[in-house]
Write a protein that binds this ligand. Structure first.
Ligand code: HEC
Ligand code: HEC
Ligand code: HEC
Ligand code: HEC
Length: 417
């Protein structure tokens, strides 16, 4: 005989399933609330506003960095490349060189340009982009000589700009006409660029996580022996986020006819689902996207369907004029992955230690140990975007009339199209 106060098995089952349902709902809501609150309270919009208020990047920004600095003569007797006097001497020496050599002498990338065009481009878009005078790369007595390592590095970076534009930028779906140039990454400094913003370090906890990457068929790899060495053991969540930025792959390429396509390393909806830690890693990679571009999740996603790619003026996507942003972001992760794979051959110089002035804060994550075993400052989304959906120092040739001026602003050979 059952006592009247004791619930029947059926009542108990209902009670348990309701209770479990409530717990799941609370946990899910809390998790999403947490992600949204991270993005909402981020300083990305403030950074974006400050950057946007400054208007598009202009060469005079970088030239001011040079002329307003104190002279910096080098211990090895090399002349200063900073200071008003160094700037004037460099420009004048260049002018004299151009008069004596109307045609270029040792130009390997910027072919098809006159010396005068190269001189103009150098002043505005090389010196201006890096915030360094001609002396950083040139012996002022002979602009054709490859005397200094910095000039060789810069020549490789010219190839880099040409290849980045050709392979990744000009073929973006719904490309808006902005190219990458030296200033897009350098932001008026020759080195120590930052690949992550301050919000990243404040918000992504330094907790150990197990990374289970997806293989080329989209199946989770759980056996440590089969994982890439960098993530074989547990790593910090912070390093796991950046690992995805530099090791992204697409295992089911996008096909507008197939709603299940466009799947890559960060897909959560795969057979068997993903572990809770993988979900946490994915969420923080997404936060890194949002913070880097100064946007919310709906800039790229339809929040009713995170799996979908929205190509047009889609349902509830934030920028109704143009969809494509999730697809663009996927191509950009392929770009950062390509950069990490090829970085050593494009002129970047490895560092023995992370510069002391950058060791605290976000900058530690700007440095990656690459395939050759050396440590480099490697560009990430934030290096170019710095809190804006379109990088402030990208260059759009749209308003520039065809002919010499356009050729000089971003030389045709660097445009990749
Ligand atoms: C960051 C390094 C860097 C800085 C700074 C720089 N240049 Fe250059 N410059 C180069 C490279 C690299 C080349 C060769 C380009 C090539 O091979 O296509 C070059 C080529 C030239 C040439 C053509 C030389 C020839 O072989 O005919 C001139 C002229 C020149 N630079 C002038 C200047 C002037 C003037 C300044 C300062 C206003 C300057 N450069 C600043 C890297 C630099
Ligand atoms: C995709 C981003 C990116 C672009 C575009 C880019 N650079 Fe760089 N460059 C870097 C990074 C990152 C480093 C490494 C800086 C460090 O070691 O702290 C670097 C290093 C250099 C160095 C060596 C600095 C040194 O003293 O060690 C030179 C010179 C240079 N770049 C010139 C250029 C020039 C000129 C252009 C345009 C033709 C250019 N870069 C375009 C990201 C870029
Ligand atoms: C700049 C564009 C961009 C922003 C902003 C962005 N995402 Fe993503 N999201 C992507 C891309 C690209 C993928 C990769 C899909 C893949 O690898 O298959 C993705 C994947 C996802 C997935 C996995 C979908 C699946 O296929 O299973 C989820 C969930 C997600 N994002 C949530 C978010 C949330 C929450 C935010 C805001 C914090 C956000 N995203 C911000 C571009 C973005
Ligand atoms: C080397 C510089 C560079 C890097 C690194 C970079 N981007 Fe971009 N990105 C650009 C440029 C330039 C554009 C503008 C292209 C255009 O005109 O359509 C752009 C555009 C975009 C857009 C489209 C914005 C819009 O409103 O049209 C998205 C989304 C985006 N990037 C995401 C990312 C993500 C995510 C990363 C890191 C995985 C990243 N980018 C890394 C240079 C860069």
């Amino acid at each position: 005989m059952q006592s009247p106060t004791r619930p029947t098995d059926r009542q108990a089952a209902i009670f348990i399933s309701v209770a479990v349902g409530i717990v799941v709902a609370i946990v899910t809501t809390a998790t999403f609330w947490w992600i949204y609150s991270l993005v909402r309270t981020s300083d990305a919009p403030a950074v974006a506003l400050a950057e946007a208020a400054r208007g598009p990047w202009s060469p005079s920004d970088g030239i001011k960095v040079i002329t307003s600095a104190a002279p910096n003569p080098q211990a090895d007797g090399r002349p200063a490349w900073l200071g008003e006097q160094a700037w004037v001497e460099g420009v004048q020496a260049g002018q004299a060189w151009v008069q004596n050599n109307p045609n270029t002498v040792n130009v390997q990338v910027l072919t098809g340009m006159t010396s005068a065009q190269v001189w103009t481009y150098m002043q505005q878009y090389v010196s201006g982009a890096l915030g360094v005078g001609c002396q950083y790369c040139h012996d002022l007595n002979n602009f054709a000589a490859d005397t200094y390592a910095q000039k060789l590095s810069a020549r490789n970076m010219l190839y880099l700009v040409s290849d980045v534009n050709a392979k990744f930028i000009v073929n973006l779906p719904n490309w808006k006409g902005n190219y990458v140039q030296c200033a897009t990454c350098h932001n008026n400094a020759p080195k120590n660029m930052e690949a992550v913003g301050a919000q990243f370090v404040r918000s992504v906890p330094d907790i150990p996580v197990t990374v289970d990457p997806l293989d080329a068929q989209g199946a989770p790899v759980t056996d440590p022996a089969l994982k890439p060495e960098a993530i074989r053991d547990q790593v910090s969540l912070q390093d796991a986020v950046l690992w995805y930025i530099y090791n992204y792959q697409v295992w089911k390429p996008f096909d507008p006819a197939d709603p299940e396509s466009g799947r890559g390393s960060l897909a959560l909806t795969v057979d068997g689902g993903r572990t809770q830690e993988q979900v946490t890693i994915n969420q923080n990679v997404m936060n890194y996207h949002s913070w880097s571009l100064g946007v919310g999740c709906t800039y790229c996603h339809n929040s009713r369907n995170f799996v979908a790619y929205e190509l047009g003026a889609a349902s509830n996507i934030a920028n109704a004029q143009a969809g494509y942003n999730k697809l663009k972001a996927q191509q950009m992760m392929l770009l950062t992955t390509w950069l990490a794979e090829n970085w050593a051959s494009y002129g970047a110089v490895p560092v023995a230690t992370i510069p002391p002035e950058l060791q605290g804060g976000a900058s530690r994550f700007s440095y990656q140990r690459l395939g050759d075993g050396q440590t480099y400052n490697v560009p990430g989304c934030y290096t170019c975007h710095r809190g804006l959906a379109i990088p402030r120092a990208a260059i759009n040739q749209g308003g520039i009339p065809a002919g010499d001026a356009g050729k000089v602003v971003l030389p045709v050979v660097l445009r990749g199209n």
